[in-house]
Design a binder for this molecule. Structure first.
Ligand code: G3P
Length: 218
């Protein structure tokens, strides 16, 4: 499973990219607002930090407007993935853009039927929002299973990009189901490393090693 990070904070992206575990980045208008930076400047910086897809979202809601904005955003870098909302105009733009060879991430997916439509529109990625479904007492991960089944039934190549991830269990469940990508907030990515027995075990090894009085290398 690929890991994308869901943020527009370049400091956090840089740290994660240095780990060598980052496959891409997703942004959205709310994350750009939170970063408090110019969309073009910050998105260009992000594209230079990672080799993989960097999702940049259109804000127009009509087909022509989306196509115009997509053309502008696509010029930022070759790894830009245009994000469009799951609406009739969004999927029309998705089809036109992917037909032209542009990577497209269809966002704001909350049902299996929406995901089916996005795949038929040729989406490179579908972004089902699991956390927001959990928030309204639905089961976000059940949606991921349904989409996995539907895409496998028909051999759709659209990648399932699990979004609105709120914790490490979402990541584990996404991997168990066979989602292609999870886009996670930086804190959740760091939390994946943590286990109390790892810390305790390392502490014990280092204490025993100190007692040997040995050194590896000079
Ligand atoms: O990038 C979209 C998505 O991940 C949003 O997450 O936490 O605002 O529901 P959240």
């Amino acid at each position: 499973m690929k890991f994308f990070v869901d943020t527009a904070e370049t400091r956090e992206i840089r740290e994660l990219a240095e780990l060598g575990l980052l496959d891409g980045v997703t942004t959205n208008p709310s994350l750009i607002m939170k970063a408090g930076r110019d969309i073009f400047e910050v998105t260009k910086e992000i594209c230079d930090l990672v080799d993989g897809p960097v999702s940049a979202e259109v804000t127009a809601t009509d087909f022509d407007g989306m196509m115009k904005e997509a053309a502008i955003l696509a010029k930022i870098a070759s790894n830009i993935c245009i994000k469009v909302p799951l609406t009739p105009d969004g999927l029309k733009a998705c089809k036109a853009l992917t037909d032209g060879g542009q990577m497209v991430n269809v966002t704001l997916c909350f049902s299996a039927n929406q995901a089916l439509l996005a795949a038929k529109a040729g989406a490179s990625f579908i972004s089902p929002f699991v956390g927001r479904l959990d928030d309204i007492s639905n089961d976000g991960m059940e949606l991921i299973s349904e989409i996995r089944t539907i895409y496998d039934n028909y051999g759709f190549e659209t990648e399932i990009l699990v979004a609105s991830v709120r914790g490490v269990n979402h990541v584990k469940q996404a991997a168990l189901i066979g989602a292609d990508v999870a886009t996670v907030p930086p804190a959740v990515l760091w939390a994946l490393f943590k286990h109390p027995l790892t810390d305790k075990g390392l502490e014990a090894f280092l204490a025993d090693w100190a007692k040997t009085g040995q050194k590896i290398g000079a």
